[in-house]
Design a protein around this ligand. Structure first.
Ligand code: ATP
Ligand code: MG
Length: 361
């Protein structure tokens, strides 16, 4: 069964460089939790701290309520899967999976029984005698998971484990990993810079930048209500409008931008005069259909790309600013032509206002 992980004001400094700063958070027992962030933001460092390969320069890590200071990686109920899997290619699948048990001197019969159970669990029954080098990428991935689970960790950490696989297999393995996690109820801590992976698999996730947690929450909350300009730009696609907040009206705010005034949602209650950015997702913009809209912009069509289910259209606003919209393909002819003048619209609810000063994007 999984155990919970508490990080209390954890920081990691290499020489003078803080790779992880002020991380204060809790991962529930049995949760599928992901850290999402760009290269170099401190994800692997955080995993190495939790697994005990590094000691934090600051703060305390507790697993299952126990302070981990002075407890080495071998004494923790954690296991880690690295990006390159680190399997033994010439050994059999069964030998690879049972390796950790052999080191722990688990008797042969018991070991074999456990290996068979694990092969069942990762949907590879009967391949125990094959050599690892003869397996496909996805099969190797499953062997690595089985091997990590063999020692019955309470917390399994996975550092970008799918990045070497092709796209189709990666998508398939997302679902497989999620299934395995549900079956075992082990706490999974997953690292990725791929938001699709983080969103589809995780119960909750944390978005990281520059060693800090920018936002922690459920996937839909992070997508729909990003708390900082970094999260709004890093997660999903978005259009940005910069301007100064000129007026507050009930629950919405108006900002003056070079494109014109825009009505926005103002969840942080920014005051008049605040230097702000409005974030508008491409899929929330539509062509004007005669109905009243909070925001309507005259635009010119630049280019578009047909993606089957969706059509992504690049436009230019009156002041020459590029704007991206994405509409679902309902089979109707849209008469898209480069240079055509159109009006597009979006609601104030779909224009999220955040303060510019919090931006380091
Ligand atoms: N042992 C070390 N000594 C000095 N600097 C380090 C050390 N380990 C990591 N760093 C630095 O800390 C920062 C975070 O590194 P980390 O490997 O945690 O990033 P990451 O988020 O896992 O990136 P990626 O997505 O590229 O794997 C980087 O700037 C890296 O150079
Ligand atoms: Mg890394």
């Amino acid at each position: 069964m999984g155990q919970d992980v508490q990080l209390s004001n954890v920081g990691m400094c290499f020489d003078e460089f803080w790779a992880v700063r002020n991380v204060d958070m809790h991962i529930e027992a049995g949760e599928f939790f992901s850290f999402l962030g760009p290269s170099g933001c401190g994800k692997t460092t955080l995993l190495r701290l939790i697994s005990g390969f590094l000691d934090p320069s600051e703060g305390v890590i507790s697993i299952n309520g126990q302070d981990m200071r002075g407890i080495g990686p071998n004494k923790r109920h954690t296991a880690m899967i690295f990006q390159n899997l680190a399997l033994f290619p010439l050994m059999s699948v069964a030998h690879n999976i049972g390796f950790g048990l052999e080191i722990k001197r688990v008797p042969k019969l018991e070991r074999e029984k456990r290996v068979d159970e694990l092969l069942e669990l990762v949907d590879l029954p009967g391949v125990g005698d094959k050599k690892v080098e003869d397996l496909s990428g996805g099969q190797k991935q499953r062997v690595a998971i089985a091997r990590a689970l063999a020692v019955e960790p309470s917390v399994l950490m996975l550092d970008e484990p799918l990045s070497a696989l092709d796209l189709k297999l990666r998508h398939h393995m997302r679902a497989e990993l999620r299934k395995i996690q549900r079956r075992t109820k082990v706490t999974f801590i997953y690292i990725t810079h791929d938001q699709g992976e983080a969103f589809t698999m995780s119960d909750r996730l944390a978005v990281m930048s520059d060693g800090k947690i920018e936002q922690l929450g459920y996937p839909d909350a992070i997508y729909n209500n990003p708390a900082t300009p970094f999260v709004a730009s890093f997660v999903g696609e978005t259009n940005t409008f910069h301007g100064s907040l000129s007026e507050i009206k009930d629950s919405s705010a108006i900002i003056d931008t070079p494109t014109g005034p825009l009505h926005c949602r103002n969840p942080q209650n920014l005051g008049q005069g605040t230097d702000s950015i409005a974030f508008v997702r491409p899929e929330t913009i539509s062509f004007m259909n005669g109905a009243q809209a909070d925001n309507s912009l005259p635009c010119t069509i630049d280019t578009w790309s047909f993606e089957g289910a969706f059509i992504t259209i690049q436009l230019k606003t009156g002041d020459g600013k590029p704007l991206t919209m994405r509409i679902s393909n309902r089979g109707a002819d849209l008469n898209l032509e480069p240079g055509k003048d159109v009006h597009v619209a979006f609601s104030a609810d779909n224009a999220l206002l955040l303060p510019k000063e919090a931006s380091h994007a």
